[in-house]
Ligand binder design. Structure first.
Ligand SMILES: [Zn+2]
Length: 138
């Protein structure tokens, strides 16, 4: 699983100013308010650590080291791009991209947003053979 490691550094490589901006976005994002509420109520599925909001996946409830950092809307496209488009391995499919994100991160409607991103990735559309009936009606 070493191809997921670069994602782990998405946040650790940032400067303090960038980290503070991330923290502010995470705190102010209205789509995350319900998760802050749960964490503040002492829920077992969301936790606040060092001022940052994390999701605790069911399977990791007993070990703190597998918590998922909750990603605010402003950062979601970047996270999806980093998970989908890697210089070494190329462009991952929808399922692989989801797995890579879920190993470290969480955000609402992640499955849908990843699917939309991958389906509309310009590079993928240039490389892959045309799939005429690929799209589901909404
Ligand atoms: Zn792509």
């Amino acid at each position: 699983m070493d191809d997921i490691e670069p994602l782990e550094h998405v946040n650790s490589d940032r400067t303090d100013a960038e980290r503070n901006k991330f923290r502010q976005e995470q705190y102010a994002d209205p789509t995350l308010a319900v998760f802050w509420e749960r964490a503040n109520r002492g829920s077992s599925d969301f936790k606040i650590v060092s001022g940052l909001l994390f999701r605790v996946p069911f399977e990791a409830a007993l070990s703190d080291d597998q918590m998922q950092l909750v990603i605010p809307t402003a950062y979601q496209a970047e996270v999806i791009r980093l998970a989908h488009d890697t210089p070494v391995s190329g462009h991952f499919g929808i399922n692989k991209t989801r797995q890579r994100i879920a190993a470290y991160f969480f955000f609402p409607k992640m499955n849908k947003k990843v699917a939309e991103y991958v389906k509309t990735c310009h590079a993928c559309q240039m490389i892959r053979p045309k799939q005429v009936h690929d799209r589901q009606p909404l």
